[in-house]
Ligand binder design. Structure first.
Ligand SMILES: Cc1cc2nc3c(=O)[nH]c(=O)nc-3n(C[C@H](O)[C@H](O)[C@H](O)COP(=O)(O)OP(=O)(O)OC[C@H]3O[C@@H](n4cnc5c(N)ncnc54)[C@H](O)[C@@H]3O)c2cc1C
Length: 474
């Protein structure tokens, strides 16, 4: 009897364990062909590409331990899949679902053409705690506000039987397949190599690293998450976002491990609710597929954004003269990651003080974050700009000086990324322009020489933003 062969198509689920589609496929077939297709027309930022290359290499190494490899292709998914199934005798096909508009349409087409060829195609949830259509209010509609969304989602999760699967019994394919590429041939880490290598130096990538990171986070940081999470000057968040984005770890594993840890309920619940924000972002993306381009609140279509290339560029470089904003932008370029509190501060500064369109910020984040994610990034930017479904109200304009004083009181975060501020006293660390000429001389720190003068007046621009908002609200 010939072997039944199935294909598992890896996308944002670059792991062997807790992978529902892979696990279910393994029960149906004798051998699994693990494939990855790099579609060039799907936009991926520079920082994400360099993460992706390493993550694919890690998966390939794990498959090599099971005497197989990752079969990597480049091009149009539909065409490539058809070529493989023509060539091999495939009975089953599987993947974990994605929720953006492009993927949904593409996947539907591929599934229907596989079914026409009598290939069994099964798809699963491997990316979210709950899928957007599972979490509905009493009238059967989707939630537009986070708190009731999470309450309902949490109840679903508590009552769900959460099974985690292991890769130990998988039987992967071993022979050659035509037009398979080496991962390096995808050329993901080609341009800007120096920058990419610097980013990579901060991260351990892959499924094993993600699991270890979760374990260390639960053991060493979760006990202080609820208060520590807002402090960029300390290290109390999990930094698990890029691992979650590429599916090196499943959110259900995180949910399980956190729930069974013996940390107090307050910290556990706070952390899980942040993972809930990720689900909420996908709930929004699924229900407002155009939110990647257009404001969810339509009144923002007529918002008088400024096209100010110079200020945008200065913001990207971290040279605005506002320390906590600049430190955040430097952290982003240095590590491919930025603390959540600071993401909100730099986002508020761009959209409200500089009146620059949130889409510009979203694009820059998309290019430079290793966790750049179509759901969380567009939801985060719409939230901070005030145009989202459950957005921060427009009139809530973060004051970067007060934010700095509250969340980085000694200026340790700011100094880490802006060493030229090292010599000035704590009192001025978040507002160096308040130093008199005499004080600047005393500390051998000259504003405009050692650090830029602020590019805008925070009070004036705050008033300008409120006036602009009033206009679209009339
Ligand atoms: C303007 C803006 C843009 C953002 N862009 C992204 C993005 O592209 N990708 C991304 O993963 N997150 C994004 N976030 C959310 C958040 O900043 C990051 O998820 C978080 O900083 C990642 O660090 P961590 O893993 O240490 O978080 P932790 O505090 O340890 O949280 C654990 C996990 O919960 C999820 N999470 C936490 N906060 C949020 C949130 N507000 N929205 C959605 N998920 C959340 C993440 O998966 C995170 O890894 C954005 C936030 C803002 C304000």
């Amino acid at each position: 009897m010939t072997d039944r062969i199935g294909i598992h198509w890896f996308r944002l689920d670059l792991r062997l364990n807790d992978n529902p589609a892979l696990y279910e496929l393994s029960k149906e077939v004798d051998k699994i062909i693990p494939i990855y297709i790099y579609e060039e027309n799907i936009e991926i930022g520079h920082a994400s590409k360099c993460w992706l290359e390493k993550s694919l290499e890690c998966l390939d190494n794990e498959l090599a331990k099971l005497d197989s490899k990752l079969y990597v292709f480049k091009g149009n998914s539909k065409k490539i899949i058809h070529r493989i199934i023509e060539d091999k005798n495939i009975s089953h096909f599987s993947w974990n679902r994605l929720y953006d508009k492009y993927s949904i349409i593409r996947d539907k087409e591929i599934k229907s053409s596989l079914n026409k060829k009598s290939i069994v195609c099964n798809t699963f949830n491997g990316y979210l705690l709950s899928e957007p259509w599972e979490v509905k209010n009493k009238s059967g509609n989707f939630f537009k506000v986070f708190t009731p969304f999470w309450k309902t989602n949490f109840e679903i999760l508590i009552n769900k039987k959460l099974s985690l699967s292991s890769s130990s019994k998988y039987n992967f394919y071993k022979k050659n397949i035509n037009s398979v590429l080496k991962i390096k041939e995808l050329q993901l880490n080609m341009p800007k190599k120096e920058w990419m290598n610097r980013i990579l130096s901060y991260w351990d990538i892959g499924e094993n690293a993600a699991k270890l990171k979760l374990k260390k986070f639960i053991n060493n940081k979760l006990f202080n998450y609820s208060t520590g999470r807002d402090r960029p000057d300390s290290d109390f968040t999990s930094k698990i976002s890029p691992h979650l984005h590429y599916g090196e770890i499943s959110p259900l594993r995180i949910f399980n491990e956190v729930m069974k840890s013996n940390i107090d309920e307050n910290n556990k619940k706070k952390y899980l609710s942040e993972i809930g924000w990720r689900d909420f972002s996908y709930n929004l993306l699924f229900n407002y597929p155009a939110m990647t381009e257009f404001p969810i609140q339509s009144k923002f279509k007529k918002f008088p954004w400024l096209r100010d290339k110079k200020n945008l560029h200065t913001w990207k470089l971290g040279k605005t003269g506002i320390p906590i904003v600049d430190a955040g932008m430097k952290e982003l370029y240095e590590m491919g990651w930025m603390h959540n509190r600071v993401r909100m501060i730099v986002g508020s500064f761009l959209t409200k003080n500089l009146l620059i369109h949130w889409k510009e910020g979203e694009r820059w984040f998309f290019d430079t974050l290793v966790d750049a994610d179509i759901g969380s990034n567009s939801a985060g930017w719409q939230w901070i700009a005030g145009s989202g479904a459950d957005a921060s109200p427009y009139f809530r304009i973060f004051n970067p000086i007060l934010q700095g004083k509250k969340f980085d009181p000694k200026g340790q975060y700011v100094k880490k990324f802006l060493p030229s501020l090292d010599k000035i006293p704590e009192k001025f660390i978040h507002s160096p322009w308040e130093m008199t000429d005499g004080e600047q001389e005393r500390y051998n720190f000259i504003l405009g020489r050692d650090y830029p003068k602020p590019i805008i007046d925070l009070n004036e621009t705050r008033k300008r933003a409120l006036a602009a908002f009033k206009k679209i609200s009339e």
